[in-house]
Design a protein around this ligand. Structure first.
Ligand code: F6P
Length: 546
């Protein structure tokens, strides 16, 4: 993989100059200049997803220069390197092969002289058999009853992906109730345990490393509660399962060997929902639907691998994002799924983008002089329209947005969905084109003279957004959509010359918390702390009589 400083490329310099040509052009003018702008700036994926990127501050020239940038950064080679299992996660010396988890080709993917597709298929079979046993009621709890509830204990990628998918696909859910515990705040596990009966509940300890403090602390609490309430730890093996890479730690914890669902070091935590880490998904929607989710992702993977860059959806969306982040210097990007089931999607994408690309050292070991990841935020529509959308329309920040909506609702009551769609379109249209005042500049000044208040109603528009319409939220289309965003993250990481698959910043927080935790129980506070931390610790100790 070549490590190119993007700002040294010819394309970057041209984009810099081109920005001055574009920055004062209104999206309205771009539409006036090109009557076929929608057709020219939208891509249909497999008759399942339509991506419209026409409401952006881009021209054909912008796209051409961005594509030139991707070529100068050897993007196509990088994509091939990922798919063939090259060690592209250099800081952790690993391959990046979540695409193997959903690979449907009959090819081999060789890592350390072994075909990993063999183990992938084996684990999938284990997931299939187990989820069938639980769903069909063949697996019994320690008192002989059927399983009714599943609790996934995990955090980060061992939580957000599975949680987001089970919520997004609630329309496909069976009789099992799925719960998630992630936080080290005791309230989380206490409140979930109140809802379940241990006799009919299985617990999935989801942790790639099987060492994350939040997860192991919650798992230990569960284990104690389980032996206390059942008067025996022997029953634990009917109720507790590990989803992990680190099998020896799971065994040491007391998980039965047969209850370990394995994945591998080449699956990043935030890319692990496709693996055993997604067992709660298979349990919630059944294995057939889980397979459809994988299949949808596979089809998008093939598009990403084989489609030319100029019509490659993840590539185009990534390039547009780089354009805003680095030339307009926007700081955030918002994700608005107009689908209540997808309410966790913005949180999921936060980890995906910000843990992957929130970096400031480039692949050559130098401090970057360009912007890397935007801050990702968002909420399901239409709630945001009655709160922060005001800032999007009239505030001083430019926020590129992705609006996502299914064409067919799972709950088509009255005319709710038509109204939802109208709101979706109204927002993207108003953000891009502003209000009527813009059409007639003279009218603005006349109105302003006559009635000063009308000026406050002025919405300039020219706020960019992508519209993503899915035919329906199905396991298949959701799989494709998630894969689309995974590859968008990848493209941005490659072009911005950073390592997207480690998270050393997060690791720092873990070790500092560990030190502080130990000092909480010491009489003398360590001198290494600053006065604020010492002051806060002292007050905590005082109020807890420590
Ligand atoms: O938060 C850092 C992180 O390493 C994430 O990347 C990961 O998804 C999460 O912790 C949980 O890690 P594990 O699955 O090993 O418990």
């Amino acid at each position: 993989m070549k490590n190119i400083n993007p700002t040294n490329t010819v394309a970057w310099k041209k984009l810099h100059n081109h920005f001055f040509d574009i920055k004062n052009i209104h999206i309205k003018d771009l539409f006036n200049l090109d009557k076929n702008r929608f057709t020219n700036y939208s891509i249909s994926f497999n008759n399942e997803i339509l991506v419209d990127f026409s409401k952006n501050r881009i021209t054909k020239k912008t796209l051409q220069l961005l594509l030139d940038l991707s070529k100068e950064c050897y993007l196509s080679d990088a994509i091939k390197n990922m798919f063939s299992g090259k060690l592209i996660n250099k800081t952790e010396n690993r391959s990046v092969l979540h695409i193997a988890l959903r690979n449907k080709l009959n090819n081999k993917i060789i890592i350390n002289n072994l075909d990993i597709m063999f183990s992938v298929k084996k684990e999938l079979k284990k997931i299939k058999n187990f989820s069938n046993e639980i769903i069909k009621g063949y697996w019994k709890g320690y008192t002989g009853k059927n399983i009714s509830d599943v609790v996934n204990i995990g955090i980060g990628g061992s939580h957000l992906g599975p949680y987001m998918v089970t919520e997004s696909l609630k329309a496909y859910k069976n009789h099992l109730n799925i719960h998630y515990v992630s936080n080290i705040d005791g309230t989380n596990i206490i409140e979930v345990l109140k809802k379940v009966n241990l006799e009919t509940t299985i617990f999935l300890i989801a942790s790639k490393s099987f060492s994350t403090d939040e997860t192991i602390s919650n798992a230990n609490y569960l284990k104690d509660q389980f032996s206390f309430k059942t008067n025996s730890i022997n029953y634990f093996s009917k109720h507790c399962f590990a989803l992990c890479e680190n099998t020896s730690s799971a065994l040491n914890f007391g998980i039965h060997k047969k209850n370990i669902f394995k994945f591998w070091d080449w699956v990043g935590g935030r890319y692990s929902l496709w693996s055993a880490s997604g067992l709660s998904i298979a349990l919630s929607i059944g294995f057939k639907n889980f397979e459809l989710l994988l299949y949808g992702a596979y089809i998008m993977d093939q598009h990403f691998l084989n489609e030319k860059l100029s019509t490659n959806i993840p590539v185009i969306l990534a390039l547009i994002s780089i354009w805003y982040t680095n030339f307009f210097h926007t700081e955030t990007e918002a994700i608005f799924p107009y689908d209540e089931y997808m309410h966790v999607f913005p949180d999921y994408l936060q980890q995906s983008f910000m843990e992957s690309n929130g970096k400031s050292i480039d692949r050559n070991g130098n401090l970057v002089t360009w912007n890397t990841s935007p801050i990702i935020w968002g909420q399901s529509g239409t709630n945001g329209q009655h709160s922060f959308f005001q800032l999007l329309h009239q505030g001083t920040n430019l926020v590129p947005c992705d609006f996502i909506i299914p064409s067919i609702s799972h709950n088509p009551i009255n005319n709710h969905h038509e109204k939802l769609l109208s709101n979706f379109l109204a927002q993207t249209q108003s953000l891009a084109f502003g209000n009527d005042f813009y059409i007639n500049k003279e009218k603005i000044s006349n109105d302003f003279i006559k009635n000063k208040n009308s000026f406050y109603k002025f919405c300039n528009g020219n706020k960019p957004s992508n519209s993503i319409i899915l035919k329906k939220i199905t396991p298949y289309s959701l799989g494709s959509l998630i894969s689309l965003y995974e590859h968008k993250v990848f493209v941005q990481g490659i072009i911005l010359n950073i390592f997207s698959f480690d998270q050393w910043g997060v690791e720092l927080g873990k070790s500092v918390a560990n030190n502080i935790y130990h000092d909480l129980f010491c009489n003398n506070l360590h001198k290494k702390y600053d006065s604020s931390t010492i002051g806060l610790l002292k007050i905590y100790k005082k109020w807890n009589n420590l």
